[in-house]
Ligand binder design. Structure first.
Ligand code: GRF
Length: 188
């Protein structure tokens, strides 16, 4: 089973997922795609001997990225900190095979721009006592695909967005690989 990951930045989730499947004989990460040729995630993938593809917006919303994906025949496309809206023509080409992780409890704190520390600051500003992660299928509406898993964490003892981010990253790193593994095992 082939996994392809899309990421825009640090890539701690991508690295974690690659490591998780490193010794798996039936599932592996075959490529990491990024819209940012300087993204740390590309370095991480190279260090782990995973093929990387970087692209610009024209290539994403045009034919280049889709043609690369068709070559790789992914069984699952994983958005892990990918900050652009996923193109509809790629969603149409891989129905129910694209998942995303959102660092909050959708439908709250969803939508464009609610990524990275902004979402964590918003959660703090609203005096939430908990936050969490949402892993969901990607469809044409931003952050509105069928929810696969949600996990919560208390943040009543957090005062900065960095503290919240740390707690959310712990959940992401603990649950995302398992969800991917189960989806590929159950052929969902
Ligand atoms: C994660 O918090 C993820 O939920 C969000 O962007 C962040 C990516 O972190 N979409 P990393 O690049 O995987 O470290």
């Amino acid at each position: 089973k082939n996994i392809v990951i899309f990421a825009s930045g640090t890539g701690s989730n991508a690295e974690n997922i690659i490591q998780y499947f490193k010794n798996n004989t039936s599932k592996s990460v075959v490529a990491v795609f990024s819209n940012n040729s300087n993204a740390k995630v590309l370095e991480k993938a190279n260090n782990l001997n995973v093929h990387t593809v970087s692209f610009n917006k024209d290539e994403l919303y045009g034919d280049f990225v889709l043609s690369k994906l068709i070559e790789l025949k992914p069984d699952l496309i994983v958005l892990a900190g990918f900050l652009l809206k996923f193109p509809e023509h790629i969603i149409a080409a891989f129905p129910n095979k694209i998942i995303n992780i959102h660092p909050a409890l959708l439908p709250n704190y969803g939508g464009k721009g609610m990524y990275g520390k902004h979402v964590h600051q918003a959660v703090l500003d609203n005096k939430e006592t908990e936050t969490g992660i949402t892993i969901h299928f990607v469809n044409e509406q931003y952050d509105e695909g069928r929810i696969i898993l949600q996990e919560k964490t208390s943040i009543s003892d957090c005062t900065t967005s960095e503290e919240v981010a740390t707690k959310v990253h712990e959940l992401e790193h603990r649950f995302f690989p398992q969800v991917i593994d189960q989806l590929l095992t159950r052929n969902l």
